[in-house]
Design a protein around this ligand. Structure first.
Ligand code: PAF
Length: 332
């Protein structure tokens, strides 16, 4: 009897131990699952999606819209660099969902050789966009964006007919065609554009006003390389020594600001053109000093409160077209 009592007591004690041990294991297992799955879910929410069709894009974005989330769009033609990354970073900060479109739009290239030369690198683009926190890369085919030829005509003179508009006939019509299609597909609350393309922003603002798109256009400052050359996908097409030469564009523009304080507008214009043309490897296509709002050419410094000098220069052995600008007066 004493033996049985001792045995049952022993079993009781062992059973208690066993129970306690199981409980500890279960608690540990639950804690592990919660943390581990939590990390997976958290990571999954930041996984970037690559979408190729408007239908899928609209389906994804409608989920965000139902939740009342703000959608930001960064339109690009790919070959992305730190300049684009800065637009995306700002978009991520100011919106719940960031869509980056990567589409080399054929309708804005009046020169087919220029289109062929344009760098294409979707995989690297996606890696960079994921790093800077984009949620969706929208990379449609030409057939997806233009199932039929786009015959729409956009015209906002003089904003789209001077400078780039004059030297690249049809360019801004193509820009308006694709940007309006992107706005219709994404219906963004905000869209981000780099100020390097100063005239493009003015044209897009005119189109938004004309077509009454409910999107806020955000112009973001130029990002420059260490040499002060404005970042551009086209810089990749320059040899290293040509990049050094190209850095003179902004150096001369910067010097011209000081020059302008003691010279007339026309003298300043000649100073920039002549100084750059004297550098082997550079050839100025145009340098216009314009009103920053209307983009109309000016005669005198007193003609406007907001004055910008816009330049396009051919650079290097392959005549790569580089654009930049400098502000002489007005908004800083
Ligand atoms: O600035 C660009 O990269 C293009 O003109 C844009 C706005 C993406 C339209 O194709």
């Amino acid at each position: 009897m004493a033996f049985l009592t001792a045995m049952s007591q022993m079993f009781c004690i062992n059973f208690t131990y066993l129970f306690a041990e199981c409980f500890c294991y279960m608690a540990f297992y639950m804690l592990f699952c919660t943390c581990f799955l939590g990390i997976i879910v958290q990571n999954q929410s930041s996984i970037m999606e690559l979408i190729h069709t408007i239908e899928e894009l609209k389906r994804e974005l409608s989920k965000a819209r139902i939740k009342g989330e703000k959608i930001g769009l960064v339109p690009t033609m790919g070959a992305l660099h730190e300049g684009h990354a800065s637009l995306v970073k700002r978009c991520v900060k100011e919106n719940d969902v960031t869509v980056v479109s990567v589409f080399l739009n054929p309708t804005q290239f009046n020169d087919k050789v220029d289109l062929e030369k344009y760098p294409r690198m979707l995989e690297a683009d996606c890696r960079l966009m994921e790093e800077v926190g984009a949620n969706i890369v929208f990379a449609p085919s030409v057939e997806e964006m233009y199932p039929e030829p786009d015959t729409r005509k956009f015209s906002y003179p003089p904003i789209d007919s001077v400078m780039e508009g004059a030297f690249r006939p049809g360019h801004f019509n193509g820009v308006c065609q694709i940007v309006s299609k992107l706005f219709m597909a994404v219906e963004p609350d905000r869209a981000y554009f780099g100020e390097k393309d100063f005239q493009q922003i003015a044209v897009i603002r005119a189109m938004v006003k004309d077509l009454k798109f409910k999107v806020q256009i955000i112009a973001c400052p130029i990002v420059r390389e260490e040499s002060c050359l404005a970042m551009s996908s086209r810089n990749m097409l320059l040899y290293p020594e040509e990049r050094k030469i190209a850095a003179n564009i902004f150096k001369v523009l910067s010097k011209s600001k000081n020059f302008a304080t003691s010279h007339t507008l026309k003298e300043t214009q000649c100073y920039v053109i002549d100084t750059l043309n004297a550098i082997v490897g550079l050839e100025v296509q145009y340098f216009s000093i314009v009103d920053g709002n209307t983009l109309q050419e000016l005669e005198r410094w007193t003609d406007s409160d907001y004055i910008v000098g816009c330049i396009t220069v051919y650079c290097g052995s392959h005549s790569i077209r580089l654009i930049d600008h400098i502000q002489y007066k007005g908004k800083e």
